[in-house]
Design a protein around this ligand. Structure first.
Ligand code: OGA
Ligand code: NI
Length: 371
C-alpha cells in the first residue's frame, strides 16, 4: 500500500468538483491531522463513504467467534510446541487469514517505542512534516495521506509514512530523525520474526521449512506507519476502506484504541488490541502461491472520536524491487490432479501495478489473475 498512483483524477459521479477539493487537501500537505488541528467539527465531503460501507455489524457483543491467538514460545527448541504452532498457523491461515502472535520474540519495549515514535513524528511542527509530504514512488521514505487519494471513491481518515526497509534500506539520514533509531531496530526485529513466520507457514503447507524463504518471500520489507486522528463524525467515514493486502504477509503492530476488523463468515469481527501482541495476516501473493489454501481476507479500520490511533504495517513483498523478473504461480509441490492451478504465473510487478491502479475498492486484485 505504499505507492501513489499516476491515474487521472476524476470527479465523475459526484455532484461537486471533487477533484478541486482533493487537490486543495493534498496541496495543504498537512493531511487529516491538519484538519483536526484546525478544529473542524464536520468532515469534508471527500471523506464521506457510501453508507453501506460504514454500517456497523449488528451489535451482538458476545464472543461468537474466537479470534486465533498463537503462542510462539519455544517453537525453535521444542518439537511438540512447534508442531502445535504449525497446526494453529495452518488452521488460522485457512479459515481467518488472520491471527495474533504472542511470545514472538520482539521485545515489548521495541513495540511501545515504535508506536511512540510515530506519535512523535505527527506531533512535530507542521512545517517540518510538510517538507516530507510527497507522492513519489521512487523514494524510499515518503509521508502522505491516502496512497490512492485520486482514484478511490472516498478518502480515508488516515495519514501515513512509508519506509522501504529491505532489501536496500534508506540511508539513516533519509529517515525522520524522531523515529530513525526505532525504525531501524523495529525493522530488524520484524525481519527476524518474518523469517520465523515463513518457516512456520512453509511447514503448515506441508513444505520444507525453507521453501517460502527460498522463494524470496521474506526478502522485501516495507513499513507503513499509519496515523488515524480522532474523527468528529466517525459514522460517516473509515480509517481504511475494506481491502485485502497485496503482499505475502503483513505483520501489524496496533495500539490499544481498536478499530481493525476482519471479514469472517460475512461478519465484521474486531481484531482485539492486546498489549505485546502482533497481528499477522495472509496477503494476496501467499493466497496465489498456495493456490487458495491460505486466504487473503478483507479487513478495514473504523475511526473513533478517541484517538489518535497508531499502527505500523510491515509488508513482506518483492514488489519493492520492481525489476525482479521472478514469476510467482501456485507452488508445484502443492498441485495434483485434484488440485490444479487456479492462477497463472505473474511477476510481482504486474500484480502490484494492478493492485495500485485498482485502489481500495473492496474487490480482490487476485480475480484478475485467475485461470
Ligand atoms: C494495512 C492495514 C490496518 C491498520 O496497512 O494494510 O490494513 O490497523 N492496516 O492500520
Ligand atoms: Ni491491510
Amino acid at each position: 500500500m505504499a505507492s501513489s498512483t499516476g491515474e487521472v483524477p476524476t470527479s465523475a459521479g459526484f455532484d461537486y468538483d471533487r477533484l478541486s477539493e482533493l487537490k486543495a487537501f493534498d496541496e495543504s500537505k498537512t493531511g487529516v491531522k491538519g484538519l483536526v488541528d484546525a478544529g473542524i467539527v464536520e468532515i469534508p465531503r471527500i471523506f464521506i463513504e457510501p453508507p453501506e460501507n460504514t454500517m456497523k455489524p449488528a451489535e451482538n457483543g458476545d464472543t461468537q467467534f474466537i479470534f486465533p491467538i498463537i503462542d510462539l514460545r519455544e517453537i525453535d527448541g521444542d518439537p511438540i510446541r512447534r508442531k502445535q504452532a504449525v497446526d494453529e498457523v495452518r488452521k488460522a491461515s485457512e479459515t481467518w487469514g488472520f491471527f495474533e502472535v504472542i511470545n514472538h520474540g520482539v521485545p515489548a519495549s521495541t513495540l511501545e517505542e515504535m508506536l511512540e515514535g510515530v506519535r512523535r513524528f505527527y506531533d512535530q511542527d507542521p512545517e517540518v512534516k510538510k517538507k516530507m509530504y510527497i507522492r513519489d514512488k521512487t523514494r524510499k521514505v515518503i509521508h502522505y495521506s491516502n496512497f490512492d487519494l485520486y482514484s478511490s471513491r472516498a478518502a480515508n481518515w488516515r495519514d501515513s509514512i512509508f519506509c522501504l526497509m529491505a532489501p536496500d534500506p534508506p540511508q539513516p539520514q533519509e529517515l525522520p530523525h524522531v523515529l530513525r533509531d526505532i525504525l531501524m531496530e523495529y525493522s530488524k526485529q520484524t525481519m527476524k520474526l518474518g523469517f520465523s513466520l515463513f518457516g512456520l507457514l512453509s511447514e503448515a503447507l506441508g513444505l520444507s521449512p525453507n521453501h517460502l524463504k527460498d522463494m524470496e518471500c521474506a526478502e522485501g520489507l516495507g513499513l507503513t506507519c499509519h496515523y488515524y486522528p480522532p474523527c468528529p463524525q466517525p459514522e460517516l467515514t473509515l480509517g481504511t476502506s475494506k481491502h485485502a493486502d497485496g503482499n505475502f504477509i503483513t505483520v501489524l503492530l496496533q495500539d490499544q484504541i481498536g478499530g481493525l476488523q476482519v471479514l469472517h463468515k460475512d461478519q465484521w469481527v474486531d481484531v482485539p488490541p492486546m498489549p505485546g501482541a502482533l497481528v499477522i495476516n495472509i496477503g494476496d501473493l501467499l493466497q496465489l502461491i498456495s493456490n487458495d489454501r491460505f486466504k487473503s481476507v478483507e479487513h478495514r479500520v473504523l475511526v473513533n472520536r478517541r484517538g489518535p490511533r497508531v499502527s505500523v504495517a510491515g509488508s513482506f513483498s518483492t514488489g519493492f524491487f520492481p525489476s525482479s523478473p521472478r514469476l510467482y504461480g501456485p507452488i508445484k509441490e502443492l498441485l495434483s490432479e485434484e488440485n490444479t492451478p487456479k492462477y497463472r504465473e505473474i511477476t510481482v510487478r504486474e500484480y502490484s501495478a494492478h493492485f495500485i491502479a485498482k485502489g481500495l475498492d473492496g474487490t480482490s486484485a487476485l480475480l484478475h489473475f485467475r485461470l
